[in-house]
Design a binder for this molecule. Sequence first.
Ligand code: AMP
Length: 293
Amino acid sequence: MSARNEGCVNNMELVRDLAALREKVDTIRQQGKEIGFVPTMGFLHEGHLSLIRTARAQNAFVVVSIFVNPLQFGAGEDYEEYPRDLEQDSLLAGEAGCDLIFYPAVRNFYPPGYATFVEVQGSLTEGLCGAARPGHFRGVTTVLVKLFNLVTPHRTYFGQKDAQQCLVVKKMLKDLNYNIQFNIMPTVREPDGLAMSSRNKYLTPPQRANAPVLYQSLQQVEVLIRNGERDGEAVKDTMRSNIASVPGTEIDYIEIMDVDELKPISRLAGSFLIALAVRFGSTRLIDNIIMEV
Ligand code: AMP
């Protein structure tokens, strides 16, 4: 362990310092090892762990970042309350095959006077969560550019649960000529279908009991579409009435978009994303499926 590293758990290093991270990944690269990188905000669950396990299988060295990025939270959102548990995360990430956790301090990552931001413009960031959370994707792409520059990964792993984020990051990597292989992994769900999320922790027991309606509504329209439904409005209406019938839900959006540009489509054809965001009280959950007809 180098003097600047903060710690080591079961051979997994915990690094907080930016210069120490650089030193470590430089050494790894000099050894000719490939680096797999999983960026997260921590409070790890099986969704994150599936990404880490895949990174483990495909790379000689696996870095996981844990950073609750203030830039991607809007005013009044849950930045302060966002769950944090570095100790538990270290155990879980280590078991899943992580070699190094990078958990920078906000004041070092964005020091006073920090002034550089990266933004993907256009339809990819305008709709869905981009409309509902202004500035969110600018925060995501800014943190990721910095993390990619620091970690210098060969491969990176993201979850389809955040489908719009995947498309935005993929576009950024292409536009900025990054030589990083981008991998999208399937959404990991609870046994009742609810997409795993660190935010599920906020749900009260009755909200948790009702939350599977999100995936149920997606599955219901998947069957309708497989059976020939091609009218996007009819599909959205079915989902809306399904979700609205559950007490305590407030629909933020239900949209059907093409998967290349994320523009709304009304006649279902080709590949498309059916995405939704629904509030249960103050907790906002998202889910999606991608279909091809
Ligand atoms: P987060 O910590 O929420 O920023 O998520 C970090 C990464 O884990 C992102 O690429 C997410 O898409 C991914 N992820 C979160 N939840 C899931 C899930 N249920 N299944 C698969 N990937 C997920």
